[in-house]
Ligand binder design. Structure first.
Ligand code: SF4
Ligand code: ZN
Ligand code: ZN
Length: 297
């Protein structure tokens, strides 16, 4: 089978939109998809001070690689979660890609900042739940404190379709109203963007292997119970028989998102960190029992 765009043998078959592509044209297809999402949703403005959050996994590293290839200027942020050798591997891969593309990478170590790593806190709260809270807070606070105007993350089509699907099943209207490739800045919340919004998990894996991007493939030991995996598996079954269903689902959701009305919470300042909060103290300061705001050196 020949590539749709040149005379080379095709190495990849994309089921929706159906086409056969050689390695180079497949990479170009992925890069164009990212560029289209950025342009269509106006994710990156001129003079944007962009921070790209990298975990060490394929999605965020491919994101940094493609954004650099597309000519965007940015800095990276890696949060070292302190999960034994897993975190060491993640840090190594993140450092490697940033040294290859020649852009600065900031590393924030949770153990150093908060005294304990993820998984070392005695709590009834599930590990992934407070890990998520901690990552979201640090990404935003680091960006805000350092004058970044946008934070990019590596969420992909499979993550996003599973997230929307699960929130529709549970009628989490407030989450749905805020879902999408762009979450505008508000108060001290820095703008969040997801340029890989229309790329599939498998496409990103393939891109990483063609572009020789070393990334961590080992799963975090706390990932096993994550409910999002079940939703992903279910959508994979649907996609198998109906190629393109995830993409159409997510695009249809964006067209109709306005039917989910955002609840207006009254935000005040957390008395500890001065970041926006619904109560006297924000969820992060409450969870980590902070007495003083988090300071990044
Ligand atoms: Fe954090 Fe859970 Fe992801 Fe591990 S699997 S990095 S604990 S959110
Ligand atoms: Zn080709
Ligand atoms: Zn706080």
């Amino acid at each position: 089978m020949k590539c749709k765009f040149c005379n080379k043998e095709a190495e990849v078959t994309i089921r929706y939109p159906r086409m056969h592509l050689c390695e180079n044209h497949f990479k170009e297809y992925c890069e164009n998809r990212v560029k289209n999402v950025i342009d269509k949703h106006r994710l990156i403005e001129k003079d944007e001070k962009l921070l790209v959050a990298v975990s060490g996994g394929k999605d965020s590293l491919v994101l940094a690689y493609i954004l650099n290839k597309l000519g965007y200027e940015f800095e990276g942020l890696h949060i070292d979660l302190g999960i034994e050798d897993y975190s060491e591997m993640c840090k190594k891969s993140s450092k490697k890609i940033f040294s290859e593309i020649g852009l600065p990478l900031h590393i924030v170590k949770i153990k150093k900042l908060l005294g304990r790593g993820i998984g070392e806190v005695k709590t009834r709260r599930p590990v992934c739940s407070y890990c998520g809270l901690t990552k979201r807070y640090i990404m935003n606070k680091f960006a805000y404190d350092n004058g970044f105007t946008a934070v990019a993350t590596g969420h992909n089509l499979d993550d996003e379709s599973a997230f929307v699907f699960s929130n529709i099943l549970h009628w989490n209207i407030d989450y749905l109203s805020k879902q999408g490739p762009l979450l505008e800045a508000e108060d001290k919340f820095v703008k969040k963007i997801k340029p890989l919004y229309e790329l599939r998990d498998k496409e990103i894996s393939l891109y990483a292997s063609f572009a020789k991007i070393e990334h961590v493939t080992k799963k975090c030991k706390y990932a096993r119970g994550a409910t999002s995996i079940k939703y992903k598996k279910f959508l994979d079954i649907l996609e198998k028989d109906n190629p393109g269903i995830k993409l159409n689902f997510i695009r249809g959701f964006l067209r109709n998102r306005k039917i989910f009305k955002k609840k207006d919470f009254e935000l005040r300042e957390c008395e500890i960190c001065r970041m926006p909060s619904q109560g006297k103290r924000c969820a992060f300061c409450r969870f980590w029992r902070l007495k003083e705001p988090l300071m990044f050196q």
